[in-house]
Write a protein that binds this ligand. Sequence first.
Ligand SMILES: NC(=O)c1ccc[n+]([C@@H]2O[C@H](COP(=O)([O-])OP(=O)(O)OC[C@H]3O[C@@H](n4cnc5c(N)ncnc54)[C@H](OP(=O)(O)O)[C@@H]3O)[C@@H](O)[C@H]2O)c1
Length: 185
Amino acid sequence: MQLDVTSDESVTSAIAELRRQTDHLDALVNNAGVADSFTHQPFEEPIDVVKAVYEVNTFGPIRMTQAALPLLKASGAGRVVMLSSELGSLQALLDPENQFYAINALGYNSSKTALNAVTVSFAKAAAPFGIKVNAADPDYTKTDMNGHSGYRTVEQAAEAPVRLATLGPDGPTAGYFFDDQTLPW
Ligand SMILES: NC(=O)c1ccc[n+]([C@@H]2O[C@H](COP(=O)([O-])OP(=O)(O)OC[C@H]3O[C@@H](n4cnc5c(N)ncnc54)[C@H](OP(=O)(O)O)[C@@H]3O)[C@@H](O)[C@H]2O)c1
């Protein structure tokens, strides 16, 4: 179905269509994401570019998860996965030894840090409903986002999101994972 995660109207109508098809939702994977050009220096990045990135990467998952909440509650074991990035890890970005240390993309990096904070907030609020909310870093993956220059395949990158979307009752919540490893916030 058509969906623009930056639009209240589009999200509302997509969820309404889903409700016509099913009475519950077991898993929501917030995968949509955009990057800024990675060429701007932070002091020169236009605020409109930063806002556009946040609209998809941060506000999109908030809008989608809030809209899907009734269906996730009805599942009794809803799972929400946020496609984050290691570029959202403040600890990684402050580590000169980290392979991504030099990537100082103001909009993208901070939108994913904010998404990590959203993950923790939603995980705490969702716990009483048996819903688990986790963030996954697919790592540098061959997709349109990077002109297919990534070193991981989509299949490799999808493993953790699928695992987190199908967690059993003893699985983690409010976590941030690369494959099965926990990442530092
Ligand atoms: N590739 C990497 O190396 C990498 C690394 C770390 C994290 N990630 C994260 O992984 C996720 C997937 O990225 P990707 O590499 O697969 O990027 P991609 O190839 O550029 O795909 C992005 C997807 O997001 C969708 N999208 C963009 N804006 C949207 C909107 N407003 N509403 C609904 N859908 C929208 C696009 O749909 P359309 O095609 O219809 O526009 C597309 O399907 C993103 O959250 C990204 O930040 C990727």
